[in-house]
Design a protein around this ligand. Sequence first.
Ligand code: ATP
Ligand code: MG
Length: 389
Amino acid sequence: MIEDVIIIHLHELTLKGKNRSWFEKILINNLKDHLSKLPYKKIKILSGRILVTSINRDLWDEYQRVLKCVIGIRNFILMRRVSLDLKNIQKEALMATQALNITGSFRVSARRQNKNFKHNTNEINMIVGEFVQKNTGFNVNLGNPDINIIIEIVNNDAFIGVHKVDAYGGLPVGTSETALSLISSGIDSPVASFHMIKRGVKLDYIHFHSVPTTSKQSIFNVITILKILAQYQLNSKLYLFPLLDIQNKIMDKVDSKYWIILFRRAMIRISSEVARRNNYKVLISGENIGQVASQTLSNIVAVQDASNLPIIRPLSGYNKEDIVNDAQKIGTYDTSIEPYEDCCSYFVPPNPETKAHLDRIQNIEDKINLNSLIDTNLAKIEIKEISYE
Ligand code: ATP
Ligand code: MG
């Protein structure tokens, strides 16, 4: 029986020993969710690969778009399954090559799980290569071919394809517990969030706004960004926290050089309380060492002090250029550069403190009774469910 399938190769799961089947199960469930709108018959494990059977080849672009975003996949290949016989393989290899409608060089890359098959991979490469060369006139180029004919021999089947797509790799979402990510509509925090999702961490998000003094644009932009991130993790929750009362109190009572550090500590204190109540293990932030005056090591220490939980900063060692590249790749960049009034940038004082002294800061907070104001405002949190559309 000839059948169109997608073969998926996994990333890192080989490293996981006994946990492997648990990781595979979560990845298969994720795949079922991601592929819910596309036709297929089964998703199953086949000798270390995942097989999506009876797919519709005409919708390959759609499968590609979806599968590229499934975390844990190293690559996937559109394949035709034929019964194990060299003639079948030759015929399929030729048809797949001709269907590409390009002229160029090619190579054959065979892999063989079934060691009982009478030809080894070198022989398969040679025999199929000769056949394709004879019938197309194309040259073989092992190093940098225009067409790579991929053949996998598994059990009593042969799979042949020419469309291989790389994905992000990482660990399936949901294999690494849950965290609360502090999200702004800037460039950094969406990228930081993506990198945690890529390590299997399931995220929910918290955003602080200063409505009505600032417009609702930052909220709309954050929601747009989270819908883009929902390509990778299909469902999440967004906590929206109105920060204005707290900011007004700070701006009213405290020297402007401390505003930023106090806003940040307030955000972190609130986030860590939300995390405690909802069982998130850690907080995630898009901070980057030294990028702006408020992100010195001293200030990171002062901010961390406001949290009972570790704050993970996936981007702390990145260069700005790398963050921008990532934002473009994952699709959040265009929304992130839209102008908006951020709850912090809107109130930026002329000379923010870059080396905050912790005891002085704690003193100020005690004096203006900040913690009780935070407690009162925790009741005003709004929750939105985000899902991929
Ligand atoms: P980003 O590009 O993510 O906005 P940034 O380079 O502008 O980051 P900051 O404004 O100093 O840097 O913010 C540092 C981090 O604090 C952000 O990456 C984000 O995790 C968190 N953060 C900042 N503003 C908000 C907000 N309004 N709501 C939630 N988290 C925020
Ligand atoms: Mg910002």
